[in-house]
Ligand binder design. Structure first.
Ligand code: AMP
Length: 385
């Protein structure tokens, strides 16, 4: 899906500098509470990456992608690490599909990554989705909004949960996504940031929605969808399974991070992207009866009779020029071999008997139609192409 949108794959190390991770993620649970730090080796403090974006932005500058055509459209698939209580949908090593557009400020990029995320989830069979959307402004309009938010919450302070009381002055945006029951009654009347955007942010916000409308993408505006870090700007979004009500089980989360490059110490560079949870997506696919192993392990299997391992390997070698091929070397019955071929989902079976081998012939069976023909070894690749 990312390739169809013109994105190139990037791979960054799973071990990152502790300082980089802390600098950009301090206020998140993933860094403050769940980080796997490595024992110090030499002069460097290192950690297992809890998320990908910080490393991708670092690589964009260190690898000179900032000198190439802008923006850079990048995707990354790989493991992330967070120390939490393991449970369904929450693992200590989990896989993310990350998509980042670095060096692009236009609202078209925001809408594009949202459409890409939606396309990815649809493509693997997940169609009953809920997309939530918000804008959290930028460094021009957010400070004044945060003051309003503090003014609203200050008289209510004693009624808030203890953690929320601590957040009130430091990070009041986080009061809006508090999961604690005690804090819920106060949210409805809290000022909404989308009512207090500066002109530029308001124009960006309406452009993103117009683009999503024209893409036929439905979304719910959620004024409580926020990020607790200053470098996030404007668009934030999350995809949930249609049936789920909680905020715990997002399939993909993303947004704009125009301040991140600067937070890492690079020149100001806009960016937008998302992280999709592959483990959660696969769990849902399996629960919905979707075939998780959609592709056969091999298109062709070679089933040799008796002692024909050398011949089978030779036939397989020539066929690999055109198809994926697996050989059954086990001395089991033809019935057992055919059962194995079926389980692999092979489309063709090449049967090698001692008789046929003398003439360098094989029986080629089409597993779908059941049709079986005799083919010279030399002709197998062209028959399978
Ligand atoms: P985050 O980086 O926290 O915004 O997470 C992005 C996506 O990664 C989430 O929407 C989840 O689908 C997935 N995810 C986050 N943490 C975990 C975890 N511990 N186990 C499995 N998936 C996760």
């Amino acid at each position: 899906m990312a390739k169809r949108f013109g994105y190139l794959e990037i791979a960054t190390p799973i071990i990152e500098q502790l300082e980089l991770i802390q600098r950009v993620g301090e206020a998140t649970d993933a860094v403050a509470k769940e980080l796997y730090r490595l024992e110090k080796r030499g002069s460097q403090n290192l950690a297992l990456r809890p998320e990908a974006t910080a490393g991708v932005v670092r690589a964009y500058f260190e690898g000179g992608l900032n000198q190439g055509p802008q923006p850079s459209r990048l995707y990354l698939i790989g493991p992330m690490f967070r120390h939490d209580k393991p449970q369904k949908g929450r693992y200590r090593q989990f896989f993310q599909f990350n998509v980042e557009v670095i060096g692009g400020a236009s609202p078209g990029f925001d809408a594009e990554v949202i459409e890409l995320a939606n396309g990815w989830l649809n493509e693997v069979g997940l169609r009953d989705l809920r997309l939530e959307l918000n804008s959290i402004g930028d460094e021009r309009c957010r400070p004044a909004y945060l003051e309003r938010l503090r003014d609203y919450y200050r008289p209510l302070k004693s009624q808030l949960h203890y953690d929320s009381q601590l957040r009130l002055e430091r990070n009041p945006l986080r009061l809006l996504d508090s999961k604690v029951e005690q804090d819920q009654p106060f949210k409805a009347k809290a000022p909404k940031i989308t009512d207090h955007l500066c002109d530029e942010c308001a124009a960006h916000w309406s452009a993103v929605r117009r683009l999503l409308d024209s893409a036929g993408l439905e979304y719910q505006l959620n004024p409580y969808l926020v990020r607790g870090l200053d470098y996030y700007t404007r668009t934030v979004f999350e995809f949930y399974p249609g049936g789920a009500s909680g905020q715990q089980d997002a399939l993909a989360s993303g947004g704009r991070y125009d301040g991140l490059a600067e937070a890492e110490g690079w020149p100001p560079t806009p960016g937008v992207g998302f992280a999709g949870g592959i483990d959660r997506v696969v769990d849902l696919m399996a629960a919905g009866g979707e075939a998780v192993l959609a592709e056969p392990a091999a298109d062709v299997v070679v089933l040799p009779d008796g002692e024909l391992s050398v011949e089978a390997a030779e036939v397989a070698r020539s066929c690999r020029a055109v198809r994926s091929v697996a050989v059954d070397y086990e001395p089991r019955s033809l019935r057992a071999k055919m059962k194995w071929a079926n389980k692999l989902g092979a489309k063709w079976v090449v049967l090698l008997t001692s008789e046929d081998a003398k003439r360098q012939f094989a029986q080629l069976k089409n597993m779908e139609s059941g049709e079986q023909v005799e083919v010279a070894w030399a002709d197998l690749p062209s028959r399978l192409a």
